[in-house]
Structure formats: structure tokens, C-alpha cells
Design a protein around this ligand. Structure first.
Ligand code: CA
Length: 341
């Protein structure tokens, strides 16, 4: 029997795809050119590989300064753990695939039944394996369907789709679904962090701030999203891991570059009573207004697409729901561990 992609991917993306299908991203070369314009050519010194010990403690998790979904702030206790200093790279994921033959969700056949609508209403390109690729529009917009395209053939190996550049070894792997990340973590002997672990490691004792990080501190978007990308930090799109200054715990790119998926289910806001190594709501209590039909996971830290005028999520407290069944060109992950080796 064929293995099919996670059915959770489709309800929200369906509306997006129909709205955007006039752009015919699978045939028109202009969006491909616009997307690959984001491909970085710059190399950076490789960051350390050794796991970093995070000593447990108490910190103020969450914020009430910017977005309601990040509050209320609460004193939160975290146990010791270890964490990778950088996001999982394409080179690391390739080693996993070489060793196991693993095939990611974005490379697998699409089951038309998952759309829940008659086949005649499904855009043809949505029935091909692929993933969501950021493709900047040529005019100002606040509608995310104007900059996300479902691109057949986009996956971790060809992140911009067929005809675009191959994945770069030192850049974070993207276009993975939840099950893909879990499979990698099991092979590598780690796990995805809880949201609380991730935020504790990202904040590294620094006080809460609403400011956009300086261009040498994180890969975010300078200029007016989604049309003016000044790239004062050197990167229009994804940067290799380790191009920016590490935080006080020695961790690179916790904020910016690519979103990092955590194990917690998503719902807006924090439970003020959950203060001891919290693990988020149960699956039944999860609710993501952008994907109301199923349980999203929490992703953290924003990406190269976060700009002051659109998504001020270049901060440790930031959080959004992540569709577990579909990857995207600005979403990755990193591993944590319960032991040093
Ligand atoms: Ca940038």
C-alpha cells in the first residue's frame, strides 16, 4: 500500500491554493525566479557541533508586549537538558536519508480524498507531491496567499522546486512535516524540545525586548514585507547555520533564519498555572485559528520573513501554530537531548 502524506495538511492549504491558483506556479517561470532569488550563495564558518548543556532554572516565559497569543507571562521552571548549537542542516538530514532510505512526506503521493471536496475542484498541481514555497509578490499585500505557493516537486532536496538550486549542505533543512522531524530525531538519538525548553534556551537570560534584532544578530527581514527586502543582514532568504552571533548560551539562529518546531500542541496563550516544565495543552485542547480543523504544533522564533511591518516574531517569546502535515520553505527544527552523549 502506498504511504500517503499526512491528511492534516490540507484543509487550510486548500483555500490558499484555490486563491492562488491563478498564479500557476508549477508552470510559470516568473515565480520560480522570484523564489530562487532568495537562495543564498554566501558561506559562513561552521559553528560548533557539540551539544550545549542548558542548566535548569526559572525564567519568565511568555510576553504581553506584542501579540496576545504569547501571554500571559509566567514564572516557569525548566530542568537541565542539552541542545544542539544550530538548526538541523541539509547535510545532517542527508546523512539520515543515506543511512535509512527515508522518504519525506513532501515526496510522497497525494491522496485526493484528503481534500474533502470533489476531485474536479482540486487544482491539478495540488495533486502532485510538493511543498509550500515563499514567492514574493510584485506589489504590496497583506494576504498570505499572495506569497505562499504550493510548488510541485519542492522538497528538502530541491527547496525551490524543480529547476531551482539544490539544497545547500550548511543551510537548515526545510520542507519537513512533523513525522519527518520525528523520524530524524529518533535516528539521531534526540527529540524535539518543548516550547518552554526552547524559549528558555533562546532567551538565555536576556530581558524581554520588542526590538528587531540587529543585522549581525539574526536573519530577519529589513524593509517593508513582502515587497522590499533590503537584506541588511546579508541574506534575502535562508542563511547557512552559524552566520550570526550566538546568544549567551552559545546557540546560533534561535531567533530568525527558520522557524523551529517544538513538541507542544498549539493554542493561543499560556496556561498561567502550568509553571513546572510545562508541555502545552493536550491534543484535544489544541486550537489554531489558522488551521481550526486539527491540532497544530507550536513553532518558535520567527524566520527570515519576519519584518517590523508584518510579523514581529524575531523574539524568543514568539509562537505560531505549525500545520503538522505540510512543510514550508521557512520552517526547520533543532534537537534537544536528556543526556550529554
Ligand atoms: Ca535577512
Amino acid at each position: 500500500m502506498m504511504t500517503l502524506r499526512g491528511r492534516a495538511a490540507w484543509p487550510a492549504f486548500m483555500a490558499l491554493a484555490v486563491a492562488a491558483c491563478e498564479r500557476a506556479s508549477d508552470m510559470d517561470p516568473a515565480p520560480l525566479q522570484a523564489a530562487t532569488d532568495f537562495a543564498a550563495q554566501t558561506a559562513c564558518p561552521a559553528p560548533p557541533k557539540q551539544r550545549v548543556h542548558i542548566k535548569g532554572g526559572v525564567f519568565l516565559m511568555g510576553s504581553d508586549a506584542v501579540y496576545a497569543e504569547e501571554g500571559p507571562p509566567r514564572e516557569t521552571r525548566i530542568n537541565d537538558f542539552w541542545i544542539d548549537p544550530h538548526e538541523v542542516t541539509n547535510a545532517q538530514f542527508a546523512a539520515f536519508v543515506d543511512a535509512t532510505g527515508y522518504v519525506t512526506i513532501a515526496e510522497k503521493p497525494v491522496d485526493p480524498a484528503q481534500f474533502g471536496v470533489p476531485a474536479s475542484q482540486i487544482p491539478a498541481h495540488m495533486l502532485q507531491p510538493g511543498s509550500a514555497v515563499f514567492t514574493p509578490p510584485d506589489r504590496p499585500s497583506r494576504n498570505y496567499a499572495d506569497w505562499w505557493d504550493y510548488v510541485p516537486g519542492a522538497n528538502w532536496k530541491t527547496p525551490y522546486g524543480p529547476g531551482g538550486p539544490d539544497a545547500v549542505a550548511g543551510q537548515p533543512v526545510v520542507h519537513l512535516a512533523w513525522d519527518d522531524m520525528q523520524a530524524y530525531a529518533a535516528w539521531a538519538g534526540g527529540r524535539l524540545p518543548t516550547e518552554a525548553e526552547w524559549e528558555y534556551a533562546a532567551s538565555a537570560g536576556a530581558p524581554d525586548t520588542t526590538a528587531q534584532p540587529a543585522p549581525d544578530v539574526a536573519n530577519s527581514w529589513q524593509g517593508v514585507f513582502p515587497v522590499v527586502n533590503e537584506a541588511k543582514d546579508g541574506f534575502k532568504g535562508i542563511a547557512p547555520v552559524g552566520c550570526f552571533s550566538p546568544n549567551a548560551f552559545g546557540l546560533y539562529d534561535m531567533v530568525g533564519n527558520v522557524w523551529e518546531v517544538t513538541t507542544d500542541f498549539y493554542r493561543a496563550g499560556h496556561d498561567p498555572s502550568a509553571r513546572d516544565n510545562p508541555r502545552g495543552p493536550s491534543e484535544n485542547d489544541a486550537y489554531d485559528p489558522l488551521n481550526p480543523g486539527f491540532a497544530s504544533r507550536v513553532m518558535k522564533g520567527g524566520s527570515y520573513l519576519c519584518a517590523p511591518n508584518y510579523c514581529q516574531r524575531y523574539r524568543p517569546e514568539s509562537r505560531q501554530g505549525r500545520d503538522p502535515g505540510l512543510g514550508a520553505s521557512n520552517v526547520g527544527f533543532r534537537l534537544v537531548y536528556d543526556t550529554q552523549n
